[in-house]
Design a protein around this ligand. Structure first.
Ligand code: BES
Ligand code: ZN
Length: 635
């Protein structure tokens, strides 16, 4: 089973560090009042996917004043940036990907010279926007985002559940925010931010910051919403959504937004969220962001979830009616520590965000839903690691945690191998010591960037006791070498004993398990994952009839069914594949279904081409790029 699509085949290959003098800590003025996190200058912490040179001059605060124009599908307005420059620095370099800059002035309205450098198409790195500072500590940039800004997706009313109002959402990770915000778009350059956003009535606007007061009625059919994020965040975490949405509280500090026709189901699905926050805090310390709200977006959202601070973005496809896909909520919540509090300095270390989060996710699932469910979900992850290693080879360099290849291998390495690394360490040193160590890691690096080397050094300094334990842990092998170290803490084989028996029985005599309907979602997935690759139309029809696969309310299971049906050129599944791909834009589902069709040569390719001609324009840029690659399209 594969989780997560590959948005960035792109980034990295760390370039040599041109270390300049570190920016001095501000000693007075508004900047000093905010926490300015350090810029890491070690070679492995240099982010090759930004044009910024933060050692020379860096952005500390972003103030946006933007209008959402749903007719033109454009965002535009003003961004005011606070700048901290090292002595003698005469320019600052920002990231831009297609931004239309009208004018840049300083705090006093003085015109500042600027230049947009050569565009780096590869990986969406974009162009450097170099501004002459001339002593300025504040830049006022009047600009518009391009019409095709890849962070933004404008949905027509037809693409929403309500069908009456348009919708907008953004997706910043990894390096897409430079298509709508002119700042230094690098995870190691943390910035506080605020925003004033105007939008047409009756749309509501939410952001990854705290909404301030009631919206202001501007009297022209529009309203202005204001937001603040007073904690320094990596800029990929600035996010916005606007649509006909309403809010429903869960607990005192938790709630969910969704379209009116979706809110009941969404609210019921995430009802355990307050309990998850409580358990997460017990594990690894205070939740530091105030509220934890979520928005369930229209199905075009390209990911399962995105950990935007105080406002997790979620796909509606996780709603199954039985909370069985709530590992997703636990995952995005866990990012409030791993990712949002302590952040990978470079994208090649994304396992520090995703692997630590996947481990933490499993601990939350254990605390809220019990050991058995957690162990089953861990066993699915382990199978995913083994499947990927078998496919690409255990010595493939991309299978190291610290690498640039993590996302290319779906979720198996950065997510699942990362989680099994921590699980293995926990297993060796004991849960008590491990939890204390991880908690201090979050506390001591809160609101700061981190690297794999720092993680390793911190374990050596604050966790590992003695040479024997160091040897047993194999830390460097886990982090820096490909493959799966021999000390891995394997999942309990008993987790799926009954299901694995049923798989064997099916293989032996075609017996379809009567117990299936009573199984957990993880058990059902395990069963479907392990069925023989080749199944006849008759076998598929029998499985569908007996197990209700095409009628399941769980999209993870539906996806496995559709995938296995297409792999076997099962015609009756094609109409459902077509309607699924027309509605859902989640890359993890969409890309593999097109890939299977494409692999099915003269049978599948015409189907893929026909469906994609209809659905492509409804997909987010991330999903489109993924499918384009699969189908060999370059336009
Ligand atoms: N931060 C990721 C989503 C992401 C990853 C966006 C890489 C851009 C680049 C998010 O937390 C995530 O991991 N989502 C998963 C959730 C799943 C593993 C529970 C997803 O979308 O499938
Ligand atoms: Zn994640």
């Amino acid at each position: 089973m594969r989780r997560l699509a590959a948005p960035l085949a792109l980034l990295l290959a760390s370039t040599a560090c041109t270390t300049m003098e570190a920016a001095p800590a501000a000693t007075s003025g508004p900047v000093a009042d905010r926490m300015v996190s350090p810029i890491l200058t070690s070679p492995e912490a240099v982010d090759s996917s930004t044009h910024a040179q933060p050692q020379v001059a860096r952005v500390t605060h972003v103030a946006l004043d933007l209008d959402l124009d749903f007719d033109a599908r454009r965002v535009g307005g003003v961004a005011v940036l606070d700048v901290l420059a090292s002595p003698g620095a005469d320019e600052i370099v920002l990231d831009s990907n297609g931004l239309e800059i009208a004018r840049i002035t300083d705090g006093a309205g003085r015109e500042l010279a600027y230049e947009l450098g050569a565009m780096v198409e590869a990986g969406g790195k974009g162009a450097p926007l170099t501004v002459q500072l001339d002593g300025a500590t504040s830049l006022r940039i009047a600009y518009r985002a391009p019409a095709d800004a890849s962070a933004l997706q404008w949905l027509s009313a037809e693409q929403t559940a309500g069908g009456e109002h348009p919708f907008l959402f953004s997706q910043g990770q990894a390096i897409l925010n430079r298509t709508w915000i002119p700042t230094q778009d690098s995870p190691g350059i943390r910035q506080t931010w605020e925003a004033r956003i105007t939008a047409p009535k009756p749309l509501e606007v939410v952001m990854s910051g705290v909404r301030r007061g009631e919206p202001e009625d501007l009297g022209n059919g529009r309203r202005a919403f204001t937001f603040v994020m007073d904690k320094p965040v990596p800029p990929y975490l600035i996010a916005i959504a606007a649509g006909d949405i309403e809010f429903r509280a869960i607990g005192p500090r938790t709630g969910v937004w969704a379209e009116p026709s979706v809110i009941d189901r969404a609210h019921a699905e995430v009802a355990d969220t307050e309990a998850m926050v409580v358990e997460a805090e017990k594990l690894y310390g205070e939740y530091r962001w105030g509220r934890y709200d979520m928005i369930v977006l229209p199905p075009a959202f390209p990911y399962g979830g995105m950990e935007n601070p105080v406002m997790t973005f979620l796909t509606p496809t996780f709603v199954a009616g039985d909370r069985s896909n709530n590992g997703l909520v636990a995952h995005e919540l866990a990012h409030s520590w791993s990712g949002n509090l302590v952040t990978n300095a470079v994208w090649g270390d994304s396992w520090l965000n995703e692997g630590v989060t996947t481990y933490f996710e499993n601990r939350i699932v254990e605390a809220v839903y019990g050991k058995q469910r957690a162990e089953q979900e861990a066993a699915l992850m382990y199978a995913n690691i083994l499947e990927t290693l078998a496919e690409v080879g255990a010595d493939a360099p991309g299978t190291a945690l610290s690498t640039d290849g993590g996302y290319e291998l779906g979720s198996a390495i950065a997510y699942d191998k990362g989680a099994f690394f921590l699980r293995t360490v926990e297993n060796i040193v004991g849960r008590e010591r491990f939890d204390a160590w991880l908690r201090q890691w979050f506390d001591n690096h809160a609101f700061q960037p981190a690297t794999s080397e720092m993680f390793y050094e911190d374990m050596m300094a604050n966790l590992v006791r003695g040479a024997d334990e160091a040897e047993a842990l194999m830390l460097r092998e886990w982090i820096f070498e490909p493959g799966l170290p021999g000390n891995v803490a394997r999942p309990d084989p008993a987790a799926f004993a009954a299901v694995d028996g049923a798989v064997e029985a099916y293989k032996a005599n075609g017996a379809i398990p009567a117990a299936y309907a009573g199984w957990t979602a993880a058990e059902q997935m395990r069963f479907l994952d392990n069925l023989p690759a080749e199944l006849s139309a008759g076998q598929l029809a029998a499985l569908d009839t007996a197990l209700g696969l095409s009628r399941t309310g769980n999209n993870e299971i539906l996806f496995l069914w559709l995938e296995m049906a297409l792999e076997n050129r099962y015609e009756p599944a094609v109409p459902q594949v077509e309607s699924f791909l027309a509605e859902v834009g989640r890359a993890k589902f969409v890309r593999p279904l097109f890939a299977v069709l494409w692999n099915e040569g003269e049978w599948g390719r015409p189907i893929a081409t026909r469906i994609y001609a209809e659905t492509r324009s409804g997909y987010h840029a991330v999903t489109r790029a993924g499918v384009d690659r699969v189908l060999g399209r370059t336009d």
